[in-house]
Write a protein that binds this ligand. Structure first.
Ligand SMILES: Nc1ncnc2c1ncn2[C@@H]1O[C@H](COP(=O)(O)OP(=O)(O)OP(=O)(O)O)[C@@H](O)[C@H]1O
Ligand SMILES: [Mg+2]
Length: 226
């Protein structure tokens, strides 16, 4: 039987600022199994990043139920959530979130070191992934010396290093030019399929959205399969 990774029941999310509540997501239910490749499209401001942050255990202030690998995350401590995130979730943020003090190699190696692997082994893995992303000449550079597209590739490499069960990617090709974008996207999808990982990615690019096995849209507070 295929392993269930994510089950979400009647999830709602609102933001409150200046005593004003705005509902972003309403009564969303969603299931994801190992090996599923899911794309999400939707207009700017519709709540795509909001949804991904919840899926990635980065935001727990929502109504409804969210089970990750059969654990109800409402009853999961922050420490446990950190462990789940490090071991099982690779997150590619819309705005990268690389650690500015660390160079490229260190940024990519870090999640693997947190798992208590040997430094030499982690460095070897990181170098191999970075070479696949054509970043072998940049491993000693700090993020602020990289182009947007290069930072994006580092962020993708960092999300892949621990071979997580699920990768959550927010506009992973948004900052790449078309040629690099195609090659990174294809490489990324190939890796995910070879490793039987699950992938959820947000994109504004219809051509990329279509390559998923399931396509969803967030519109008017709802998540709808399209
Ligand atoms: N921390 C916050 N406090 C209040 N409102 C927020 C907060 N974060 C996001 N929002 C609002 O929630 C809505 C959804 O934002 P979100 O970032 O999820 O959109 P998005 O679909 O990812 O858009 P884009 O395609 O531009 O990245 C927006 O109207 C945004 O202004
Ligand atoms: Mg967004």
């Amino acid at each position: 039987m295929t392993k269930n990774i994510i089950s979400i029941y009647n999830l709602s999310k609102e933001y409150t600022s200046n005593n004003n509540s705005v509902v972003i997501l309403k009564d969303i239910s969603f299931k994801l199994y190992q090996g599923d490749i899911v794309s999400i499209v939707g207009p700017s401001g519709s709540g795509k990043s909001t949804f991904l942050n919840i899926l990635g255990l980065l935001d727990s202030s929502f109504k409804g139920q969210y089970d990750f690998l059969d654990k109800n995350i409402k009853y999961t401590s922050n420490d446990q959530k950190n462990i789940i995130r490090n071991n099982s979730i690779g997150f590619v943020h819309q705005f990268f979130h690389l650690i500015p003090e660390l160079n490229v190699l260190e940024n990519v190696t870090l999640p693997n070191l947190i798992q208590c692997n040997k430094v030499a082994d982690s460095v070897k893995k990181a170098k191999s992934i970075l070479t696949n992303f054509d970043l072998q000449d940049k491993i000693l550079s700090k993020p602020h010396n990289l182009s947007g597209g290069e930072q994006q590739r580092v962020a993708i490499a960092r999300a892949l290093i621990n071979k997580p069960s699920i990768i959550i990617a927010d506009e992973m090709t948004g900052n790449l030019d078309e040629k690099i974008s195609d090659s990174i996207f294809n490489f990324f999808l190939e890796q995910v399929r070879i490793n039987n990982q699950s992938l959820i990615y947000v994109t504004h690019n219809n051509h990329y959205a279509k390559q998923a096995n399931m396509k969803y849209q967030i519109l008017n507070q709802k998540l709808k399969q399209i």
